[in-house]
Design a protein around this ligand. Structure first.
Ligand SMILES: NC(=O)c1ccc[n+]([C@@H]2O[C@H](COP(=O)([O-])OP(=O)(O)OC[C@H]3O[C@@H](n4cnc5c(N)ncnc54)[C@H](OP(=O)(O)O)[C@@H]3O)[C@@H](O)[C@H]2O)c1
Length: 259
């Protein structure tokens, strides 16, 4: 099958490309950089915020995976990027005759008063209301998650990390689940995917930085109010769905990705 992975150079997108190419699919990876360094994929340059490059990347494609992201916690910024980008993507898909849109989202975010999560829920809604048959796969935070935060939110030697608890999952298993979704065809909401064990994200950050040989000081950040209560409650680890296999311990032992 010809598949386009939007955000195909990111953590989840790259994993989806690896899984799809291993199963013999023909894969294109779209990003603003248009990078072609994703093994097995043809790189396409495109931008969801303008729609540039979408038509060219989509010609002849049967399924599109949206594994793009926006690095903002503000609802206004995130909803403009995620919902606006989704609408542009769905319009291009409808015009090109794409038969399946697969969105990657996050477990247990309904009603959580956090701008980025509210924008992800709005993005899911835009997909569900769109004209292209869809699958929405929700996953918990990846094993890479604490490292991603450290890369993006360091202040000198200090790395502020929100205090919360989740059941992190291997991104390779998320990539495989996205490939499963493509092969299964439009299914609406797929079963949630979570990791095998509960972990503390502050601890994940410390262990990721240690494994990378980085001398940084992790500063636990207690989030206030309702958002803090949700994050500490373990809600984001999910309650049911499919359990991944690789533990955070195993992932650290195999060597963390990133800088
Ligand atoms: N990280 C987690 O723990 C986690 C857990 C569950 C679900 N998710 C969801 O999974 C999705 C992917 O997350 P991730 O952590 O894999 O993201 P990521 O590593 O930050 O990668 C984002 C990808 O999107 C591309 N991109 C960003 N803006 C774009 C735009 N305007 N147009 C086209 N491409 C654009 C980036 O490439 P360029 O910058 O070159 O454009 C990159 O390829 C997100 O929707 C997130 O909510 C993440």
């Amino acid at each position: 099958m010809d598949v386009l992975v939007v955000g195909g150079t990111g953590a989840a997108g790259r994993a989806a490309v690896v899984a799809l190419t291993a199963r013999g699919h023909s894969v294109r990876a779209l990003s603003r950089s248009g990078s072609t360094d994703v093994p097995g994929a043809t790189g396409y340059r495109g931008d969801l915020s303008t729609g540039a490059g979408l038509k060219e990347a989509m010609s002849g494609v049967e399924a599109v995976i949206d594994a793009s992201n926006v690095l903002s916690q503000s609802y206004d910024v995130a909803v403009k990027a995620l919902v606006g980008g989704t609408r542009r993507l769905l319009d291009a898909e409808a015009a090109a005759g794409v038969r399946h849109h697969v969105l990657l989202s996050i477990v247990a975010i309904d009603g959580v008063p956090f701008g980025y999560y509210r924008a992800k829920v709005a993005q899911e809604q835009a997909v569900a209301e769109g004209s292209v048959p869809y699958t929405i796969l929700r996953a918990t935070q990846f094993h890479e998650f604490a490292g991603q935060m450290a890369d993006r939110m360091s202040f000198g030697p200090f790395v502020p990390v929100p205090m919360f608890v989740t059941r992190p999952v291997a991104v390779s298993e998320v990539g495989a689940a996205l490939a499963d979704a493509v092969e299964a065809g439009p299914s609406g909401r797929a079963p949630d995917l979570h990791g095998p064990r509960v972990e503390n994200v502050v601890d994940m950050a410390r262990r990721t930085l240690k494994a990378r040989g980085k001398r940084r000081i992790v500063v636990p950040l207690p989030l206030p109010g309702a958002i803090g209560r949700v994050m500490r409650s373990g809600q984001l680890g999910g309650t049911d769905g499919v359990a991944g296999v690789q533990t955070f311990d195993e992932w650290v032992r195999r060597g963390t990705d990133g800088a």
